[in-house]
Ligand binder design. Structure first.
Ligand SMILES: Nc1ncnc2c1ncn2[C@@H]1O[C@H](COP(=O)(O)OP(=O)(O)OP(=O)(O)O)[C@@H](O)[C@H]1O
Length: 341
């Protein structure tokens, strides 16, 4: 039965494969059975290691390349077969725009607007990315970050319903990056569906409603940032006081599902239940009048999740389910710490 309560995805791929070169050992399969769905108005980030297949995937979604196998739909249309109908409704920012260096920004905009249905005013598009004061400058005179912003302005010329951004903030200084993030957020707030690739995990954490992490042509894990992080343990670090005499040895409480690493007086706990473990630990410390110096408790970061996935992949094939973090080794047995009495 079809679920009619959920809107049809604005962007969807099912069983997508993309191959470079001939079949067999002479070729290379860059995308290996990828499924994804992006809801209308959603901001979706595609992350992954170098060569994971992000650009190869994006190019198929954009209608710039044919899938080797599988099905792709954007706004319900086939990006290749229905290209004429779809092209005016999407905006594309490639990894490199490649606009002619001799043209000024205003001329570039006019040329591009001539090819775009319902284009907004060129100056308005340049203003959106902070390049209006540079409108009379030639493209070849722009810095790398300014070129990135010109690429974005041209992608926005046609009021796209779906915007594909391939590494939109690469090469931008922190201020320019912050203003591009603001612009992307505004576009999303106005209902634009955005699919972006990025190497900046902070960018995905800041912007994305949902994300997927690719490795070796497959989506290894995906969901909201919270869902992705839930598969990775939180960390609690602290330092125990120097102890003497009969109090030299202490037993930490049994903390189910938590692993414990000791390095002198420094203790590192890894736990799937940050609040529960922290509550137990603080109760234990209060009962034993133990001061936990340099106490630091934090959820897993997207960077830790990403590195765990990359490491799992390098160590013999990435997992196909949400990747587990560093394995919690210890069971609920208490851990003896400190010098023996
Ligand atoms: N034209 C091509 N011919 C052969 N192999 C290619 C071609 N383009 C890409 N590849 C290979 O396909 C794989 C995926 O490349 P792709 O550019 O999609 O990765 P990516 O995730 O976007 O990487 P990055 O983060 O480095 O931009 C890589 O191993 C790359 O070398």
């Amino acid at each position: 039965m079809t679920d009619t309560s959920r809107p049809r995805p604005a962007v969807e791929a099912r069983g997508l494969h993309r191959r470079y070169g001939p079949p067999g050992p002479g070729g290379f399969e860059a995308v290996r059975g990828l499924d994804l769905g992006v809801a209308p108005g959603e901001l979706f980030a595609l992350l992954g290691t170098n060569g994971a297949g992000k650009t190869s995937t994006l190019e198929v979604l954009e209608g710039l390349a044919a899938p080797g196998a599988g099905e792709v739909r954007v706004l319900g249309l086939d990006p290749l077969r229905d290209r004429a109908a779809l092209r005016p409704r999407i905006g594309i920012m490639l990894q490199e725009g490649g606009f002619p260096g001799e043209l000024t920004l205003a001329e570039t905009g006019r040329c591009w607007a001539g090819l775009t249905t319902g284009a907004r005013a060129v100056d308005e598009a340049l203003d959106l990315v902070g390049l209006l004061p540079r409108r009379a400058v030639r493209v070849k005179q722009l810095s790398g970050g300014e070129r990135r912003r010109l690429d974005l302005a041209m992608a926005l010329l046609g009021h796209p319903e779906v915007l594909f951004l391939d590494e939109p903030s690469t090469g931008l200084d922190p201020e320019a990056r912050a203003s591009v993030w603001r612009l992307i957020r505004d576009l999303r707030a106005a209902g634009t569906t955005v699919v972006l690739t990025t190497h900046y995990l902070e960018e995905a954490e800041e912007l994305a409603d949902r994300l997927a992490i690719m490795h070796h042509g497959r989506v290894v894990t995906g969901g909201t940032v919270a869902e992705v992080l839930a598969a990775h343990p939180a960390r609690i670090g602290f330092e125990l006081p120097e102890r003497t005499g009969a109090n030299a040895a202490l037993e930490l409480p049994a903390l189910p599902g938590t692993s414990t690493e000791l390095d002198g007086r420094r203790v590192l706990l890894r736990t799937p239940d940050l609040q529960g473990t922290l509550t137990e630990l603080l109760g234990w410390a209060a009962r034993h009048r133990v001061e936990l110096a340099r106490l630091d408790a934090r959820s897993a970061s997207l960077e830790e999740a990403f590195l765990a996935i990359a490491a799992a992949g390098s160590a013999g094939g990435a997992p196909s389910a949400p990747a587990a973090g560093p394995a919690p080794a210890a069971g609920p047995a208490p851990t003896r710490i400190g010098r023996a009495a």
